[in-house]
Design a protein. Sequence first.
Lengths: 325, 377
Amino acid sequence: MEPVILPVLQTLVFPGFLFLIAVSFLYEWLDRKIYAWMQLRAGPALAGPVGIMQPIADFVKLMGKEDITPAYADRRIFGAVPVLMVALILTFWAVVPVTGAAGLVSFRGDVVFAVVAMTFFCMLIFLGGFSSSDRFSLLGAERAVLQLLGFEIPLMLSITGVCIHTGGLSVSEIVSWQAENGWSILGPQAMGFFIFLVAAQAELERIPFDIPEAEQEIVAGWLTEYSGRKLALIRLAKDMELVFISGLAVALFLGGPIGPSHAGLEWLLYPAYFLLKLALVVAVLALVRGLFARVRIDQMVSFGMRYLVPLSLAQVAATILWRLI
Amino acid sequence: MSSSYERIFDIPIGPQHPALKEPAMLKLKVDGEHVVGVDLDVSYNHRGIEKAAEYRTYIQNLYLIERICGICNVAQTLTYCLAVESLHGKEIPPRARFLRVVAEEISRINSHLLWLGVAAHEIGFDTFFMHVWLDREITLGLMEALSGNRITSSYNVIGGVRRDVTEELLSRIRKGLDELEPRVKRYREIVLNDRSILKRTQGIGILSPGDAMATSAVGPTLRASGIKSDVRADDPYCSHDQIPFNVITADGCDAHARILVRLDEILESIQMCRHCVSRLPAGPILQRLPRRAPQGEVMSRVEAPRGELFHYISSDGSDKPYRCKVSTPTLANLPALVRMLTSKGKYVVNIADVPVILASIDPCFSCAARVEHSGGV
């Protein structure tokens, strides 16, 4: 195979775009199925075997729906946000390792790069809500940014803990360190993993932190005015974000795709390990979604500032001590 | 709150909104996340039932009145039947009175469980909602066994009840209640201990006892403010003087207290049902009454699941009522709702609290839409 074709295929098919999209749909199904199981419901059941095709069916259905842009919306930003969201996650997916220690792209400091993705995503949410020129969207956008204040610092600190612990600033360094010394969750980073999951739940806007799109309060929050193709893309982006953040959690805390293997079988086993660990993280996130009531935005921010920030600071301090000893 | 430039804008909750199960309009004036004013309009679903009742005979009206409210249909027909029976000046047989209590209490359990699910949904706790509604199926099954219908039961008729019970059915009711009781106790435990529920309901929608009296609140909304008032105890209408029960109150004065009052009322209703089922008097279930009612004016009231339900019937001696007037508990609770929704001093209402406060009075806006009026309450 020519040297150009391989990277292109890697980017477009595996472990790049197509793989991410397929996995996103799969894990949306898993998430919905676990959530339904907790609520004593059947969940998706009709499209495909055990309803596994339901997210794809939803996506296709939304794609065919009427697409309305409000008259007072800022058309360019309003239309660009869904596309940018998908593009953002597709781009940043490159740093998540799927087949080995390194992702498609690996450089020193790509951990920071990955964290920036989450902040960018939040900014896009704000732009999307703000450009809708709708009061519900505006409130949702406001809440999204407020929520960012609550979870961003703990999120970054929890990742900082991993970086200090493993002594690496790139995902591949962290993964290969874990391959030699054991998963970083075993040790002071267990707390970091917990903080990361809580922050991820907030970043993903899921119960108990689905405040920016709280249905009973502000209709659909920043999503209110989106419909048709744009909504389909946003939903896809949110599914991909779930996989992206879970993938990051796998890489940073659960040893990435590396695991026991036969020589020559890594190409098959590593992605399988990755998908299994990913399923574990998604399952935990789905369980959390089923166990809580939605908190209020002021409660969320004060929870982040009062408990998560000191906790993550303590965790970073513990990690530094651990390194010194 | 004290910015130099105004940034107060209106958030319409309604007429169509995911937090509302029926059309109503709450115009909230908000400053950021804080509600600073509220304007309420409930007249989106005026159905003209009272006028329609004037064109139907007393018997036909039974089925019209029942449709004022799906959930409190037993209470509606009961109030109506009580009014017509007192027009005739006749007592109904004791067995029918006891059976009416059974039907009423089962429908109260049904209504409170439905409400508990909705309240959980309003705070975003959908898992709780799904579990509660699955257990609500037990009461729906009991209602079906008792009357033949799950929701619109048509159980009460003028002069008694429509169907008798067999020994087999009674034991089925007992079994259903036994199944339900531990579930409700478990929910009570969850409501008392779950931190996320406490965070969203405690201190929310405060209605002080004084305010509750001043706004003439009724039902669980009033009792959650610590005031002991229940039509069943104050003005027994269905052999309630022979059935031991407690009037449940709570001192919290907030949304959480309203959840607890309703949960305790479910447990109390289960006891009342058990008592009625085990001490059911023998005898007929129906006292036949003539089609034409004597001339006169009557009013009757019943403790519906949501509070005091009031019917007024004026008869001109024909087989149709001259005037039929219904006042539902939701209508009585609206002034209290407006007071709860308005921030005042240290008491701040967030937008996120609005659905919780709204749900806490267990509103039924279609029932409340008795009169056309524009503007706020």
